[in-house]
Design a binder for this molecule. Structure first.
Ligand code: HEC
Length: 217
């Protein structure tokens, strides 16, 4: 007796389950494996523990709601270098100080990825290079308007303390923070370990490895 797909429930079940599994493999498992192999071939940037902690602070304060870390490219002006395609920055994104658009490799090993979707504030993917002074960032976190007049970024004063830390102070920012233009000049403030880590993280956003690749920034 010939097996008829219309009458054999076993065949029907086996066929649909088989099709489902093949589709899952083709659409999800296989691409994920390809991506993973490609990522593992890339160097794993190691900025150290402090930057890793700063990344967690960045995540916990949801800085990503106002800041992107992705520079858009203008595909019409793309050109090839060896076997790679280089996409110059879209004119609207040129103010963030990069010459080439963000590439997928830059997000390798990041979890979660802070690409962001909204730019209430500027893109931060090259901030470490544009604003390399840690002091600027401490001022800015404490009172954004003090260094960036008219800023709508919320102050993060809870990341500072005026109480001199006791015991092991190595995780605190050693420098006395004097906030300019606030009428509190001379006040001694200490950046908490979270603030120190956050600033280290911001400064690590400089895409140095792109220059090593010789593909422009
Ligand atoms: C409500 C939106 C908002 C949030 C949330 C926010 N920012 Fe901002 N940020 C801004 C705006 C607007 C600016 C531009 C004005 C300025 O420089 O203060 C800015 C500027 C900056 C700059 C200077 C960047 C540059 O290249 O000029 C840094 C660094 C920064 N923010 C870091 C952070 C960090 C870290 C957090 C989380 C702790 C954060 N921001 C949260 C809105 C925000």
């Amino acid at each position: 007796m010939a097996i008829n797909i219309h009458t054999s429930h076993r065949l029907l079940l086996a066929l649909s389950a088989g099709t489902y599994l093949i589709l899952v493999y083709l659409c999800a498992v296989w691409p994920a494996m390809v991506e993973q192999t490609a990522m593992e071939a890339l160097p794993r940037p190691d900025h150290g523990e402090l930057v890793a902690r700063g990344r967690e602070v960045y995540k916990s304060f949801n800085c990503v709601t106002c800041h992107t870390q992705q520079i858009r490219g203008d595909a019409r002006r793309a050109y090839a270098v060896d076997d790679r395609v280089v996409v110059p920055v879209l004119e609207a994104d040129a103010r963030f100080g990069r010459e080439v658009a963000t590439r997928a490799e830059e997000y390798a090993w990041q979890d979660p990825v802070f690409m962001g979707t909204q730019r209430i504030g500027p893109d931060l993917s090259s901030t470490g290079r544009r604003l390399p002074e840690s002091q600027w960032h401490y001022w800015h976190l404490y009172d954004p308007k003090s260094v960036s007049p008219g800023s709508v970024m919320p102050p993060h004063r809870f990341l500072f303390t005026s109480k001199e830390p006791s015991g092991d102070t190595s995780a605190y920012h050693e420098e006395v923070i004097v906030i300019a233009g606030l009428g509190v000049q001379g006040d001694r403030l200490w950046a908490t370990p979270d603030a120190v880590a956050l600033v280290e993280y911001i400064l690590s956003l400089n895409r140095e490895f792109l220059e090593v690749e010789g593909l422009g920034r």
